[in-house]
Design a protein around this ligand. Structure first.
Ligand code: KG4
Ligand code: ZN
Length: 355
């Protein structure tokens, strides 16, 4: 079963063909990130316009690289939420039109759920396989998944495909969003995750003591207090008080101060994630653990997890941690096994879709 996945929930326009939920035949991602850098974050209108410009060639390239014709595509899968409204619309309108014109079943995919399924991709076509480091076996169910990205920080207990429970979520900022905002305070380029990770390499993670939020929900997160604590610490390091504007701070900080702030923030944010993951593993005794989403690309996270969690974690390639359409096509394989296709005439996007 070959499924064409389409993903446009944020600033990546992506299309991919995946066979039977595990064999990746193509994975094309066109990012508009460079257009957003000047603004320090994703500008929804620019993202939507960029999707519109590139979606048709991106899909054509995904089919061509997979060496498949439309006749060989068995179904189309598309992200319908959560995400930016204008961005989601471009992907869903395209997928609906193609489903009608090419007479293919259509599957509507939840973006956050799909991040878990990136780890179910265990092989790639010969043309791709040298570029991707994939887990050799798929995760075993039941599993605990930590999905950490720019929009989400979720702990999920997946008992069976399509039978899951969100056991922990963030009360405010997502962890990736906190990386992006702290990078902005430190004057580091967008997206903040990779910038903070790089700056932290030269810093001392114990240099600045930062608070870890404790929530009433056993597995819940909060990152906005941590972000404010970094701001206050940066103001203090720059010799200013709490009224000093954050956008002028970067110019007053030395690169060694920035490195210490980045390392201390990164360590505290990652340890907060790991603390809750450790609790969930002890309570649910899952058969496997999956970590997905853009923040899963962080090598310090992987190192700290290895030191603290004995379970072998089937990490996927960094290119499949951040947004892509292979994970959309992979999840759709399990959806079609349940027979849950949707009508292309009635499918609506849901920017605030929850799990
Ligand atoms: O999954 P993703 O591509 O998009 C969303 O669904 O949000 O995740 C993007 C987020 C951004 O906040 C980015 O700063 C963060 O993932 N990120 C990282 C790293 N690479 C990307 N955070 C920490 N360390 C990284 N290496
Ligand atoms: Zn994502």
């Amino acid at each position: 079963m070959k499924i064409l996945g389409i993903e446009t929930s944020c600033d990546e326009t992506a299309a991919s063909v995946v066979e039977d939920g595990h064999l990746m035949l193509s994975n094309v991602v066109a990012s508009s990130v460079d257009l957003h850098k000047a603004y320090g974050g994703v500008v929804p209108e620019i993202a939507a316009r960029s999707h519109l410009e590139v979606i048709t060639p991106v899909i054509a390239e995904a089919l061509q690289l997979a060496k498949v014709t439309w006749d060989e595509i068995d179904a189309i899968a598309v992200t319908y939420g959560p995400g930016l409204g204008g961005s989601l619309l471009i992907g869903s309108m395209t997928a609906k039109t193609l489903a009608i014109a090419k007479k293919k079943p259509l599957y509507a995919i939840n973006h956050v759920e799909a991040h878990i399924y990136a780890s179910f991709i265990t092989s790639a076509s010969p043309a791709l396989s040298t570029n991707y480091q994939l887990p050799t076996t798929p995760p075993k169910l039941p599993l605990i998944a930590l999905v950490v990205s720019g929009g989400h920080s979720h702990l999920i207990h997946l008992k069976n495909h399509s039978d899951y429970q969100v056991i922990g979520r963030t009360y405010d900022d997502a962890v990736g969003e906190a990386f992006d905002k702290v990078a902005k305070i430190l004057g580091l380029p967008y997206p903040g995750g990779p910038s903070i990770e790089k700056a932290a390499l030269n810093g001392d993670h114990l240099a600045i003591k930062l608070p870890k939020a404790r929530m009433s929900g056993r597995y819940d997160f909060s990152f906005s207090g941590l972000k404010t604590a970094v701001l206050r610490a940066a103001q203090a390091q720059a010799g200013q008080d709490f009224t000093f504007p954050s956008y002028e701070l970067a110019g007053l900080l030395t690169s060694s101060q920035k490195a210490d702030l980045a390392a201390s923030f990164q360590y505290t944010a990652l340890q907060t994630l790991i603390d809750n993951l450790v609790l969930a593993i002890a309570d649910f005794e899952p058969s496997s653990v999956v970590i997905g989403g853009g923040v899963a690309a962080n090598s310090m996270l992987r190192k700290m997890v290895k030191e603290q969690i004995p379970t072998e974690i089937p990490y996927t390639d960094i290119k499949l941690c951040t947004d892509n359409a292979a994970m959309i096509a992979a999840l759709a394989f399990y959806k079609q096994a349940d027979g849950s296709a949707v009508s292309p005439y009635t499918l609506e996007i849901d920017p605030n879709l929850s799990m």
